[in-house]
Design a protein. Structure first.
Length: 150
């Protein structure tokens, strides 16, 4: 009887010790996972902000390059138009017809370039707004998802 009681007591103590220690380890693991998820979420949010900023800067740089090139082309066309106007005033009728045709062609090209620049400017502004909106959406989505990890 003493052996059975002693054996039962030993088994109960061992089982209690094992169950108690396993519960503590599981709680520690759960809190470590929770901390990791929190840190990863912060890294994800920062990565999204960095990517958005880099994209925005690249788009702005491309736009400025395009705009500068276009303005140079327009200024060059305007200079050619001024030269032709002075020539048209001093030449005979046969030359005047040729130069007027060339002048009309240059004015048309200049108008197309200005229109193209204006359209691209509008598209650029829309793209920047879209990038800004996607940045706002990303921030809102991370705020919505945040309670799931806490």
């Amino acid at each position: 009887m003493k052996t059975n009681f002693l054996s039962l007591t030993m088994i109960t103590l061992m089982a209690g010790t094992i169950l108690t220690s396993c519960g503590k380890t599981t709680k520690d693991d759960a809190s470590a996972v929770k901390e990791d998820v929190t840190e990863l979420n912060k890294d994800l949010v920062q990565g999204a902000k960095d990517t958005g900023t880099e994209t925005k800067e690249a788009v702005e740089a491309d736009w400025k390059k395009f705009e500068a090139t276009s303005k140079l082309a327009i200024e060059s066309s305007e200079a050619q138009i001024k030269e032709l106007r002075t020539k048209v005033a001093t030449v005979n009728k046969a030359e005047k017809v040729k130069l007027t045709a060339k002048l009309d062609e240059l004015e048309k090209k200049n108008a197309e370039l200005k229109e193209k620049l204006e359209k691209r400017g509008i598209a650029f502004k829309e793209d920047v707004n879209e990038i800004n909106q996607s940045g706002i959406t990303t921030k809102n989505e991370t705020n919505i998802l945040r309670p799931l990890y806490y």
